[in-house]
Design a binder for this molecule. Sequence first.
Ligand code: HMG
Ligand code: MG
Length: 298
Amino acid sequence: GLPTRILIHEVGPRDGLQNEKALVPVAIKAEFIRRLAEAGLTTIEATSFVHPKWVPQLADAEELMPLIDDVAARLPVLVPNERGLDRALALGARDIAVFASATESFAKANLNRTVDGALEMFEPVVAKARDAGVAVRGYLSMCFGDPWEGQVPISQTVSVSRRLLDMGCDELSLGDTIGVATPGHVRELLATLTEAGVTNDRLAVHFHDTYGQALANTLAALQHGVTTVDASAGGLGGCPYAKSATGNLATEDLVWMLDGLGIETGVDIGRLTATSVWMARHLGRPSPSRTVRALSQK
Ligand code: HMG
Ligand code: MG
C-alpha cells in the first residue's frame, strides 16, 4: 500500500531561484521562504554556499540566512566543499546537502571534478558536519539520464549512491536532473537499491518535470515505499549546469495528488498556490504548474 504521510522537501528557494535569469532581491527570497513555512512546509531548502561566480543567483546566502533564522522549518543549504561548510556553519545552518553526480560529464560541468574527486571533496565536509551535529543529505544527480552521456546504467547510479551513504550522508536524494526518467526506470532503480541494502527511510526522490513524467515517477516511488519527495513551489527550477533541465515537480501538483490519495502532508494548497502566484508576479511570468493555474483561475 501507499504511505499515509509524506515529507515534502521544498526546493523552490534553492533549485528554483538558482535558475532564474533575473536576480531576486534578498527580501523577496526571505518572504518566499516565510510564506512557504506558513503554508505548512517543514523542510525548505533555502540557498547554497557555493562559489558566487558559479551561481550568482544565490550569492546573497550570507544576507539571506539572518533574515530567516526565526522561520519555523528546517532550512537545509547546499554545500560543495569545506569552504562552503564553514560559511554555512558560521550562519548557524543545521542541515546541509552535498551534491554528487552519477556521471563524469556532470561532475565536471557542475563541480569541476571527476566523480571520485567530488566524493573526495565531500568526505571531510560530511565528517565535519556530522561532528557538529548537522544533518547531511547527499544529492545524486543524473541518476537516470545525462544530457551528454545518455541513459545512465542502474549499476553506476547504485554504486555512487552506496558511496554517499557509506561516507555518512543521512539521506540520499535521487536526482532526475533533466527529467528523462519514466516510472519503470524508477521502479527498477529503487528495487536495485533495496537489494543493495538501502532502506526507504534514507531515500528521497527529486524529479524534474521536463517530459511531464515527474508525478508519475513520484507515484512509482511512493508505491515502492519512499516517503520523502522533493518538489518546488510553482514548479520553479532547473540547473544552470545541465542544459535541458527545466523546473522541478511543482509542489502544488504533488499536494493535489497526495490530497486526493488521502496522504497527509500538512500543506495548505490554497496558501501555497497564493505564494506561487505572488512569486510568479515577482518573476514576471506565470507558474508552469497546472495546479497553480487551475486553482488561481477559480
Ligand atoms: P573550482 O573552480 O574548482 O573551485 O569550483 P576551487 O576549489 O578551485 O576554488 C577556487 C576559488 O573559489 C578559491 O578562491 C576558493 O576559496 C573559492 P581563491 O583561493 O582562488 O581566492 N571557493 C569558494 N568561495 C566561496 N564559497 C565556496 C567556495 N569554494 C571555493 N563554497 C566548486 C569548485 C565546487 C566551488 C564550484 O564548482 C561550484 O561552486 N559549483 C556549484 C555548482 C552548483 O551550485 N550547481 C547547482 C546545484 S546542483 C543541482 O542543482 C542539482 C540538484 O538539484 C539535484 C538534481 O536535480 O540532480 C541538487
Ligand atoms: Mg534539481
